[in-house]
Write a protein that binds this ligand. Structure first.
Ligand SMILES: [Zn+2]
Length: 366
């Protein structure tokens, strides 16, 4: 029998750190047991999806729990790069600020550009202050970490990409203070972008006065934040009273748009707002490749997919959702649209070559 090093952790201290967040006690207990009872290798560069599976937690709940745990210093996060040619996972950076797009594989010497939704994967390691792991586990080529990766490659558990984690609101908020190195950018092959704008907000401000109008606008932001989060997306930024959000799935972006129109209508009804004071959203959606960049000290998306999404929103009338063929033809979208009628038209969008076919949907309250 091999001697097992003590795995004692300070449960009381960790509970205290987590108590300021609304984490159910049962979930806290599961996390504490995981930290205490796991083998060393299970706490080293682990896949958060594997951990969700292990703890029997919903994946999104797991991501949120990890964001909080990172903030409280329970885990460190690794940005791991997998070579598209040989599959070797030997390069990694320990923060966004140390990331670099151009990678030379240590396995096959192939030089490639790492995409955030293909080659950059996120793993976590228990923080040494919480539980110290033996030194020999810190070798990236460690056999057990390789075993975990093999399980992923065999299709049992998919790795979590950087792009997936950056469309989780809690992580976006966590990375507010972190930025890519100067001039660095990362491609994503596919991101769904949603823009909203409040119709008639200038008139609303004039009528109600700035403070009252601002209260309404803030409440509308809270509704959108909740809707976007529950559809597995993240708000990237607000511009005046407009919102830009990002999703890994087009269907989830459209789901958020439909839900947002529904919730705003509910809000109008619950407040018994007169016709002329009712909030009304214009929403536009588009999907395609994009670049992660730093803009105005924030991790943002850049390129024609974002421009097209913004222009598409500009074509929406109050209460409408307007989207492109890229959304219409994506997996899962047909099912969402089954009960709505659509109009389509070819439109010349400002700054874009040729005409773009736009689809227009006005979801009636269910
Ligand atoms: Zn390689």
């Amino acid at each position: 029998m091999t001697f097992i090093k003590s795995k004692k952790i300070n449960r009381q201290e960790i509970t205290q750190r987590l108590s300021q967040y609304a984490i159910p006690e049962l979930v806290q207990d599961k996390l504490l047991d995981f930290l205490e009872q796991s083998q060393n290798a299970e706490l080293y560069r682990f896949n958060p999806r594997l951990m969700a599976d292990h703890l029997g937690l919903d994946e999104r709940l797991m991501f949120n729990l990890l964001a909080v745990s990172m903030r409280e210093g329970l885990f460190t996060m690794n940005w791991e790069v997998q070579c598209p040619t040989c599959g070797f996972q030997g390069s990694y950076f320990n923060s966004l600020g140390h990331s670099r797009r151009r990678i030379i594989c240590k396995g096959c010497e192939h030089s490639f550009e790492a995409h955030f939704d293909a080659h950059v994967q996120i793993t976590f390691t228990v923080h040494p202050n919480i539980r110290a792991l033996p030194k020999n586990l810190t070798n990236p080529a460690d056999a057990i970490a390789a075993f975990v990766r093999k399980k992923e490659q065999d299709g049992e558990v998919k790795p979590v990409t950087a792009h997936e984690l950056l469309t989780v609101q809690a992580f976006r908020d966590f990375f507010k203070s972190e930025s890519l190195p100067e001039g660095e950018s990362f491609e994503v092959r596919r991101v769904a972008i949603l823009f909203t704008d409040l119709a008639g907000s200038t008139a609303l401000y004039t009528r109600k006065g700035d403070p009252n109008a601002y209260d309404l606008v803030r409440e509308h932001f809270a509704i959108l934040r909740q809707v976007v989060d529950s559809s597995k997306g993240a708000i990237v930024k607000t511009i005046g009273d407009a919102v830009m959000a990002a999703f890994t799935s087009e269907a989830q972006a459209l789901q958020a748009a439909i839900q947002a129109q529904y919730e705003i209508e509910q809000f109008n009804q619950s407040r018994k707002l007169p016709e002329y004071d009712r909030l009304s959203l214009k929403i536009g959606l588009h999907a395609g490749p994009s670049l992660y960049v730093n803009l105005n000290e924030r991790l943002d998306y850049f390129g024609s997919t974002v421009n097209t999404a913004a222009r598409t929103e500009g074509q929406a009338r109050p209460g409408e959702i307007v989207f492109t063929d890229a959304i219409l033809n994506a997996p899962g979208v047909g099912d969402l649209l089954a009960k709505y009628s659509l109009e389509n038209s070819e439109v010349q969008l400002k700054g874009l070559e040729g005409k773009t076919r736009l689809w227009r949907l006005c979801p009636k309250p269910i």
